[in-house]
Ligand binder design. Structure first.
Ligand SMILES: [Zn+2]
Length: 481
């Protein structure tokens, strides 16, 4: 039997704003002291009134504009009622009937809706106690729901990565999964017919790789269950990172249980009547979007697709590359060379240190390094060594290369002197070369490189050795012993 998996994603992301969603308590994700960014409103004291955060609404509308979704003419907030210690009001203010954005597409996946709500407090449980930190209560939260149109784990992972990149590009949020700033839930079902199978929701996924692994695991689990005569039940499952498997958490409640109704303490929003939120104003406020940047790299620099994917995978990396290209003033050959060095050598250095930090490495210094390679003053080996020092300590590549004795010597007189001594010592190899043995030339080149401490320009050295070997007096011209 052939089974087709169907996956829909629900992604929550905390938005980057100065204050919380409905009060003026600070929205500070780096605050580590518990319960300091709180006030009577986000603690749900009776009689307090929420006020809509304008910046948060704008973030969602810009996301909508970027993905080509339709912004709502009319929108309102709703109360989603449920009881939990991390939800002090006994309800969460969310959006139900009228999301801010409907439709759109990202990374080839159709989006159902994007709406705005508030985050819950953070509970922690340790040594028989339960603690609640209300710093997070009321932080603006984006919820994005995709259509159930994903059929494989990799597409889901790609979508989630692209969304993180988009949020960072727009300045709407940092969306760090490990910090819980972005939370991914996957609704997964499998079916051998045209109708959808029973869907299972998987939560607690805290890395992009886990998104892919959790989906692959769950698809496999459901197929095996059906094949063995079992039935998939509608439930919420968690992802166990250690065991690399999903586990039962609870059976799913229907949406009717939440008793949604419009929040009476907040005004309705007639978005189309707010000039700042017009399609034109939102559109002109957008920076270059990730896919637009990729298209530019392909068109202007004709870089390889895999190189473009690497260069544009994070905003910092792409911004760094853009700064290099600006310094290299559009010289295409140098830009291709620079791309190669970022994708291979620099990536290699960062992979080893497992920190990718563009703070110490200036784009100007990197561009200068590329010019040294192109002019032949630095060999590719010399460039590697110089780059490592540049990344670790910063500085000027030319100064570093000189200090390390890596600048290739183009001075013919200096090189000739080095070659003369090699030729004098390696008469046998010179004879062999003159007899037509090419390997002997390589040997002589190696010796000469060594004599110049690796700083000789190889092409020039080779030329000089050939000339010197021919000129050198033969040791035994008559071949008579
Ligand atoms: Zn507050």
């Amino acid at each position: 039997m052939e089974y087709r998996p169907t996956i829909g994603l629900e992604i929550h992301a905390e938005l980057k704003t100065r204050t919380k969603m409905f009060c003026d308590s600070a929205n500070d994700p780096d605050e580590v002291r518990p319960n300091v960014n709180i006030c009577p409103i986000c603690l749900a004291h009776p009689g307090t009134l929420p006020v809509i955060n304008h910046e948060a609404v704008r973030h969602i509308l810009r996301v909508g504009e970027a993905v080509g979704g339709a912004r709502a003419d009319f929108t309102e907030f709703d109360r989603k009622s449920y009881f939990y210690p991390d939800i002090p009001k006994g309800y969460q203010i969310s959006q139900y009937e009228h999301p801010l954005v409907s439709g759109g597409e990202l990374a080839g996946v159709a989006i159902t809706r994007v709406h705005l709500e508030e985050d819950t407090a953070r509970s922690s449980h340790a040594s028989g106690k339960s603690l609640v930190d209300f710093n997070r209560a009321g932080i603006p939260l984006m919820e994005l729901v995709t259509e159930p149109v994903i059929h494989d784990a990799l597409t889901a992972g790609k979508f989630a990565r692209e969304l993180q990149l988009l949020l960072r590009t727009l300045g709407a949020g940092e969306a760090n999964l490990e910090k819980g700033e972005m939370r991914i839930e996957a609704n997964i079902s499998v079916s051998s017919t045209d109708t959808f199978g029973t869907k299972v929701e998987v939560k607690n996924i805290n890395s992009f790789r886990s998104v892919e692994r959790a989906i692959a695991f769950e698809v496999d689990r459901q197929i095996k269950l059906i094949e063995s005569g079992g039935k998939v039940v509608q439930e919420t499952r968690g992802w166990d990172e250690t065991k690399q498997s999903t586990f039962h958490q609870r059976f799913k409640e229907g949406s009717a249980d939440y008793r949604y109704f419009p929040e009476p303490d907040l005004p309705k929003l007639f978005i189309s009547e707010i000039p700042e939120f017009s399609h034109e104003t939102l559109h002109t406020s957008l920076p270059e979007l990730p896919w637009e940047r990729r298209a530019r790299y392909a068109k202007r620099y004709a870089l390889k697709e895999s190189d473009i994917a690497y260069l544009c995978a994070t905003k910092e990396r792409a911004d760094f590359f853009d700064a290099i290209t600006a310094t290299l003033s559009g010289e295409k050959y140098l830009i291709t060379l620079a791309a190669n060095y970022v994708v291979s050598d620099l990536a290699g250095i960062y992979a080893k240190s497992s920190v990718e930090n563009y703070a110490t490495l200036s784009a100007e210094a990197f561009a200068k390094l590329i010019r040294l390679v192109q002019s032949g003053e630095l060999s590719s080996r010399g460039a590697k060594d110089t780059l490592l020092i540049l990344v670790e300590k910063g500085g000027d590549p030319e100064t570093i290369a000189k200090e390390q004795g890596l600048i290739q010597v183009h001075d013919e007189a200096a090189l000739k002197a080095a070659i003369q001594s090699v030729i004098a010592e390696e008469q046998k190899a010179v004879e062999e070369y003159r007899a037509g043995k090419e390997a002997a030339l390589q040997y002589l080149l190696g010796k000469s490189m060594k004599a110049t401490k690796g700083a000789g320009n190889p092409a020039l050295l080779k030329e000089l050795i050939v000339a010197a070997s021919i000129d050198a007096p033969a040791k035994n011209p008559c071949g008579i012993s």
